[in-house]
Write a protein that binds this ligand. Structure first.
Ligand SMILES: Cc1cc2nc3c(=O)[nH]c(=O)nc-3n(C[C@H](O)[C@H](O)[C@H](O)COP(=O)(O)OP(=O)(O)OC[C@H]3O[C@@H](n4cnc5c(N)ncnc54)[C@H](O)[C@@H]3O)c2cc1C
Length: 415
């Protein structure tokens, strides 16, 4: 453990997206003796002393990806390009105390505090690199399949992937069908309709109500349906797609979808947005996780499962087992709180200060959905709202890309 005054604390951040970057940059602020960037309390004071730190971010991707923007990226090359920023092109990360490594963490030994990183090398080879740490924060989120997340790990391959999708959508004269009326399917259908109002976009959902697997009020689902219809997305509710077959020559479409209600729909492009996701925690001992694979944490975000050295291990974001619907805002908030607590421990170890920890509150279900030119939100305190106010607060023109970028201050150099 660092004890030698000059030796930096080695902090390993696994996963460099909302939770991971929020954790990294807030920790840099605190260790450099500044009030951290997410702390909006006007009475908060900066730490009195600095702490040497070396943060390593490991991510399978070569950059930060604005996952919230996927529904827009599928249909717009310009937005797709904006949403993936290589780590080397993010001004806030260009600091000697921050290192980024592209690779997949495939195991973590909590006892010796060593992570094994699997890295691809030229000619399809690979190597394993070991990274020792004092503190680790797991922020690897959920494994999601396309179209909920890109398949690629490099910006170049991702741009080719989205260019394919954009081209297919542009050429879908006979329309696009989106299967799955959860949040992702709804946003994809609405964004595609906004981008190309002349195209036919149909959303098919197996239940009578949209968002049927979310613990949200029925009025929220009803309002969402109303707004989708107003934006001319065609809806098929209460029917399953039983089969997608090549369309016969009498139609000029590519596919025919046969539905459980006997209906047939022709389309040139079918997007399956029935959400499939799973936690990415396979690199941890199973004792760290609940039965579904989410990392068990205390309200101060420290590991609470059955692993050694819990006090040096934290989790934040989608991968952490905490209440509330998984959201980017919550991920950033958790990354912030995790490092406030890690910093308190470092201060206590190094300067014998009395640590003061912050704790997560329980989170009730809430959601904001972008619906093309409009948006709808449900928040326990304010109920359901929709329109420009919701859209401007959560999304603006770019599905919240600039909002997240500015909130994390990714465009500003970090001293
Ligand atoms: C289509 C879509 C729309 C959404 N819309 C909204 C919205 O409007 N508002 C909202 O608040 N939320 C929205 N969400 C949810 C939001 O995107 C997530 O809550 C958020 O991405 C969680 O952030 P995170 O940092 O925890 O994980 P992620 O963003 O999933 O990041 C995890 C990172 O870890 C990396 N990683 C994974 N495994 C490993 C490994 N073994 N080794 C190294 N790196 C690894 C990944 O490459 C990735 O960069 C949406 C999600 C989707 C899919």
């Amino acid at each position: 453990m660092p004890g030698i005054e000059e030796q930096p604390y080695k902090v390993l951040v696994i996963g460099g997206s909302y939770a991971g970057l929020a954790a990294t940059l807030n920790l840099i602020d605190l260790c450099h003796g500044r009030k951290c960037r997410f702390n909006l309390d006007p009475n908060a004071v900066a730490p009195e002393k600095k702490i040497p730190v070396q943060i390593t971010i490991v991510d399978e991707r070569d950059g930060y990806y604005h996952l919230i923007g996927v529904p827009l990226a599928l249909g717009s090359n310009i937005d797709a390009s904006d949403f993936w920023k290589k780590y080397e092109d993010i001004p806030a990360l260009q600091n000697l105390d921050i290192k980024t490594v592209q690779g997949r963490v495939d195991s973590v030994d909590c006892k010796s505090r060593v992570a094994r990183i699997y890295q691809s090398t030229a000619n399809d080879g690979h190597k394993i690199v070991e990274e020792k740490y004092d503190y680790m924060i797991a922020t690897t989120g959920l494994r999601r399949e396309w179209p909920s997340a890109p398949k690629s790990f490099t910006r170049e391959a991702y741009l080719a992937e989205t260019a394919d999708s954009v081209e297919t959508i542009e050429n879908a004269v006979q329309g696009v069908v989106v299967i799955g009326g959860g949040a992702v399917g709804i946003e994809i259908a609405a964004e595609l309709k906004m981008l190309r109002p002349q195209s036919k976009v149909t959303l098919i959902h197996s239940r009578q109500n949209l968002l049927s697997s979310e613990p949200l009020p029925a009025e929220f689902s009803a309002k969402t349906l109303e707004l989708l219809k107003e934006s001319n997305v065609e809806m098929v509710l209460g029917a399953r797609v039983q089969e997608t077959v090549p369309a016969d020559d009498s139609t000029s479409a590519k596919y025919t979808l046969k539905l459980s209600n006997g209906e047939e729909i022709n389309a040139d492009y079918v997007i399956n947005a029935v959400s499939k996701f799973s936690p990415t925690s396979s690199y941890l001992p199973s004792g760290a996780c609940d039965s579904e694979g989410y990392i068990r944490i205390t309200p101060s975000l420290e590991f609470s499962g059955d692993v050694p050295n819990k006090e040096y291990h934290y989790a934040a974001g989608d991968i952490a087992c905490w209440s509330g619907i998984k959201r980017g805002g919550a991920a950033m908030h958790q990354g912030h709180f995790a490092v406030v607590n890690i910093h308190q421990k470092m201060m206590a170890e190094r300067y014998k200060t009395e640590p003061k920890f912050v704790e997560l509150a329980e989170v009730k279900p809430m959601m904001a959905l972008a619906l093309g030119a409009t948006a709808v939100g449900y928040f326990p305190a304010t109920g359901i709202s929709s329109g420009d106010e919701v859209r401007n607060m959560f999304f603006n023109e770019d599905l919240g890309y600039q909002i997240c970028w500015k909130w994390m201050r990714l465009g500003e150099a970090t001293d």
